[in-house]
Design a protein around this ligand. Sequence first.
Ligand SMILES: Cc1cc2nc3c(=O)[nH]c(=O)nc-3n(C[C@H](O)[C@H](O)[C@H](O)COP(=O)(O)OP(=O)(O)OC[C@H]3O[C@@H](n4cnc5c(N)ncnc54)[C@H](O)[C@@H]3O)c2cc1C
Length: 502
Amino acid sequence: MNAARRVRELRALGDGGPIDVLVVGGGITGVGIALDAAARGLRTVLVERHDLAFGTSRWSSKLVHGGLRYLASGGVGIAHESAVERGVLLQTTAPHLTRPVPQLVPLLPEVGRKQRALVRAGFVAGDVLRRTAGTSDAALPRSRRVAAAEALRLAPTVRRNGLGGGLLAWDGQLVDDARLVVTVARTAAAYGASILTRVEATSLTDTTAQLRDTLTGETLTVAARAVINATGVWADELDPSIALRPSRGTHLVFDAAAFGGLTAALTVPIPGSTSRFVFAFPAAHGRVYLGLTDEDAPGPVPDEPRPTDAEIDFLLDTVNTVLREPLRRSDIRGSFAGLRPLLRTDTDSTADISREHAVLRNPGAPITVVGGKLTTYRRMAEDAVDAAVARAGLSAAPCSTTRIPLVGAVSGATRDRIEASPLLIERYGSHAADVAALAADPTLAEPVAPGIDVLRAEFAYSVAHEGALDTADLLDRRTRLGLVAADRAAATPAAESALATS
Ligand SMILES: Cc1cc2nc3c(=O)[nH]c(=O)nc-3n(C[C@H](O)[C@H](O)[C@H](O)COP(=O)(O)OP(=O)(O)OC[C@H]3O[C@@H](n4cnc5c(N)ncnc54)[C@H](O)[C@@H]3O)c2cc1C
């Protein structure tokens, strides 16, 4: 995917034969649908008004999770679905972009008997969930209690005084959420889908779309046998018959040093709650992210939501209950917030609204897919394409995405033989060798700025193969340097140069 392919495919939109499936929205849901449809042999076009992963899909906690929290609220079906999809990502489709992460609950005196018993029971239930989903102990080890020394090895800044060990369970973690979106989109493009960023849908019916190229201002109308609206928290703008109730989740960004070399997801029970936690976890570019809040966010949906002061205080206060030296506001290097696209229900709290996905088919309107999460994107896509095939009477192969490795997927001994640094392999899988080959040019072998773990070769690769069209695409989505303002500023000249020389 690159600028030249975009122009070519945009031009061919009107005359490349009838479109079977037009997908609107380039978040994880939309790209998942594009892959599913293209792999079934359907002529597929995806339009995204900004960039891939511009919306909620880059503001997540980057967990591929087994759905334990849903189990706590009685959602056995969604918990099982999550655990199955986690296994598919870890073991088949994206072993290069996912890894097991230990989750540690430190047993300090503040964690009462009842809370400990509930966490332990939850972890054991998580083990059962994992086994019934067919994920082996080798892929995700079983939960256990660990001694204080082991807890401190995983989370060195936890308070020693009164520490009675920890409870440990394993879940899946993504190297980065936006990277998953871009990789799914590339896989869809490899199956023939047209992935067109900077193209906005201004109105939709069940078989037509008014589109606008946001780079040139040109407009066009396209017809498709089925139109799928996968615009997340913006879905009600294009299908007013649905009602959403977004909920904001906030994360703070720290230097890894602030958590002393944290290698687990440090999981801190929220005082007074039995099923909600705040957690700090290692993240890209030598950072630790601390999240997560769940706040009702009524009103107009902003392009980039921002955390409130109250949310920042809440996260700091909660994590500080378990740390030896409290973290302060001055330790924060950045922050981000995202809106969950939840369907409106009668319940009072967004924390209780179902996270299940819904495929809505109103007469004359597009098929709209909302809810769900990153972990279950493949299943959402399968359901949406099944609905499109049934509604439009399309002739299509059955869904095959449980067996389609994403671009760059590699594991085991083959991974060990790739001639590239571990950091590149973590980001690009088998294509790390292509990035390393670009870095054979000495001008591309340099980091994008001193002290930053991204090579100029990576920017060049993203422009040539990952559809990056401007500096923000490179800084905020192909990499996550933009989360820290100083890093963003330092890397901007390298991003400009990568685009100028492409
Ligand atoms: C704080 C937070 C933490 C989370 N953590 C996790 C987690 O750890 N694990 C997990 O599995 N899930 C997690 N989730 C859930 C997950 O992130 C979301 O469910 C998922 O990213 C939603 O993806 P989406 O594609 O439906 O929406 P989006 O990613 O928002 O994509 C919608 C896209 O549509 C585009 N668009 C909008 N209008 C138009 C238009 N008119 N024309 C063209 N394009 C348009 C937007 O620009 C956007 O790119 C989290 C969510 C939040 C908010």
